[in-house]
Design a protein around this ligand. Structure first.
Ligand SMILES: [Zn+2]
Length: 127
């Protein structure tokens, strides 16, 4: 097997112009990508307020991904995250029924916000 080593790149390399970044008014500094990533992960499409989904307290909040296992990352990616206080979180973790309820609610929300086909693609597989 042989292949030709390309030394002249002028015909094969076409840098695509970078899209201009939209500078938001009032934005003072660029956030580091690590921080930006963390912040993206923090959002929830299930709740607009940061309080326990079940008892509404604002104390000792944990985040509970609607789907665990290999779907945990996807849950974060799509904001399928609940805020739960420590006490409710423990309760949920110990109850398959509650976990199922929260999954169903998250799925319904996902289908409204995104779409059902995407849900099956991202969360429908067994793992
Ligand atoms: Zn609670």
């Amino acid at each position: 097997m042989s292949f030709r080593i390309v030394t002249d790149l002028k015909d094969s390399f076409n840098p695509y112009p970078k899209p201009q970044k939209k500078q938001r008014i009032g934005q003072i500094r660029q956030k580091s990508s690590k921080l930006a990533k963390k912040e993206r992960r923090r959002f929830s499409i299930l709740q607009s307020r940061k309080k326990c989904y079940l008892c509404k307290t604002k104390e000792n909040l944990d985040k509970h991904e609607a789907f665990g296992g290999c779907r945990r990352q996807k849950s974060m990616e799509y904001g399928m995250v609940y805020y739960l206080c420590r006490r409710c979180h423990t309760e949920v973790e110990n109850s398959e029924d509650m976990k199922k309820q929260l999954r169903l609610l998250a799925r319904a929300k996902f289908n409204t916000k995104y779409d059902a086909e995407l849900f099956l693609k991202e969360f429908g597989k067994d793992c």
